[in-house]
Design a protein around this ligand. Sequence first.
Ligand code: 5GP
Length: 193
Amino acid sequence: MKELEERIREQGTVKPGDVLKVDAFLNHQCDVELFDHMGAAWARHFQGRTITKILTIEASGIGIACVAARHFGNVPVVFAKKAQSINLDGDQYTTTVYSFTKQKEFPVIVSKRYLNEGDHVLLIDDFLANGKALRGLIELCRKAGAVVEGIGIAVEKGFQGGGDKLREEGYDIDSLAIVESMNPQTGSVEFRA
Ligand code: 5GP
């Protein structure tokens, strides 16, 4: 998606350790019009698929998933929580994910009330790097007996390989910008054609 690539070129900053910072429009300040265009792009890609629910992970996935849901018939958006809380009552599906940005393991939890057998799920997240976060969401769907219909990603860092491994396993991933290389010295970002 050219619009997203341009925003990354204009406002993204490349940090050491293969981190791309896009706080100006995605991870801190949110450009809702851009989110809307992203949702429309995913709706075009996944046209014809039955989607009953969107599943994402807190915190940065929530905004884009909610705007995207408007393009999928206002299906419910469920976000997996990253910590136990007293607000999480009843039975839960849980698994563990290794965080690329925080470099530690954390739980991902979803209430059994909100993810069920018979759900056809679109997974949405802001970034795809090694694929650990997505594998956590896939595992929650497997535990619930829900079908993963597809995966919508804003920014995939293709050079980290997580997306291509999941594609080889048969997942339909629509990444709106795929970064092939980036350089923290020059700040340059190259996209997959
Ligand atoms: P993965 O689990 O695929 O290795 O990493 C994806 C998760 O880590 C995303 O949910 C995202 O929050 C975070 N992440 C990974 N790489 C980056 C990055 O370069 N920039 C930002 N802002 N988040 C990242």
